[in-house]
Design a protein. Structure first.
Length: 331
């Protein structure tokens, strides 16, 4: 099969073997999204080699569960051992022996086919388009913040970053009626963020505040600050903005280290929460109700044959989501 293979560099190959994991379902990939984690992987994040990609929608080509064959699906990306306490409780996201689609010990979605356990697959209703379904996994990650932190209409929340994940977090938080502020550097992305009801603080390229826009970083302190900038410097800013005894949620994954003054966490008694994958059933339900406009985040959809241009565009600070059409040009 045709696939994008990463082994110190990313390249297209035409002779990748079909996934062959006993018990797994085989899914023909229709579309796959490029996210910041994919960009970090090709910079060395996690030491992954193989086929990256974890945001996808496709059609089940083969499964021992015949009810799945022919169904349009998305998938939970964590595949656990099935034996540990976490897996037995139905949550393999922290199984110590888990594989993670396109991220850890499992080939991913930048290929004609991928494999996942049948229980990981979730059928996509007809009310959701393929391009919307591609966002099921990252939207679930955004919604997971609401599983971890009590956010209500009285909460004051800031999101650091204006990229793909930050925009989805704003859409998720917009469902709560909370007071929302987004801090970013790109005017077009900040304009899009206002659709979620967010006030805007624009930063200059050096991180200083830009002009007399709503908010003042010298005075503002927030109950909850969510760091989703994808940059090591975002954590320092987030720590400056959270109020004493507030909550700091870390969403960014990046190759490299962030330097912060941990004494601020101690002195101000900040609650720090790491936040990763969410449940796709929740994002599918939200998408099916038409409550979020994820297609507004699609900058371009390119055929897999144009993968080099796709990754180049995805890395541009002005770009939001680049989606790969995995069927176009496939054999």
């Amino acid at each position: 099969m045709r696939a994008l293979l990463f082994d110190r560099q990313l390249k297209m190959i035409d002779d990748a073997p079909l996934p062959d994991v006993p018990g797994d379902a085989l899914v023909r990939v229709s579309y796959a999204g490029i996210c910041n984690t994919d960009l970090e992987i090709i910079r060395g994040y996690g030491g992954f080699t193989g086929i990256p990609g974890h945001e996808f929608v496709g059609v089940v080509a083969h499964s021992d569960n015949q009810n799945l064959v022919g169904k349009r699906v998305v998938g939970e990306i964590n595949a656990g051992c099935g034996r540990c306490t976490d897996c037995q409780a139905g949550d393999p996201r922290h199984c110590s022996d888990r594989s993670v689609l396109g991220i850890k010990n499992r080939d991913g979605a930048f290929a004609e086919f991928l494999s996942l356990p049948p229980q990981n697959l979730i059928e996509v209703p007809d009310s959701i388009s393929d391009l919307e379904a591609v966002f099921a996994e990252p939207l679930a990650a955004a919604l997971h913040v609401l599983d971890q932190v009590d956010i209500s209409s009285s909460s004051r929340v800031a999101v650091i970053g204006d990229g793909k994940l930050a925009q989805l977090i704003l859409m998720a938080l917009g469902q709560t009626g909370c007071s929302l502020t987004v801090v970013g550097k790109h005017q077009a992305k900040l304009d899009l963020a206002t659709r979620s009801g967010a006030d805007v603080i624009k930063l200059n390229a050096d991180g200083s505040e830009h002009g007399a826009l709503p908010g003042d970083l010298t005075r503002e302190r927030f109950d909850v600050v969510i760091e989703a900038s994808g940059s090591p410097t975002g954590l320092e800013l987030a720590l400056d903005l959270v109020r004493p005894r507030g909550v700091l949620v870390l969403k960014s994954t990046h190759h490299g280290l962030a330097t912060i003054d941990t004494s601020l966490i101690v002195v101000n008694e900040i609650h720090v929460i790491g936040s990763r994958c969410g449940r796709l059933a929740r994002s599918i339900a939200l998408l099916s109700k038409g409550r979020v406009d994820v297609q507004a985040l699609v900058s371009r959809c390119l055929p897999i044959s144009d993968w080099a241009a796709a990754f180049s565009e995805a890395a541009s600070p002005e770009t939001l989501k680049i989606v790969l059409d995995m069927s176009h040009g496939a054999r």
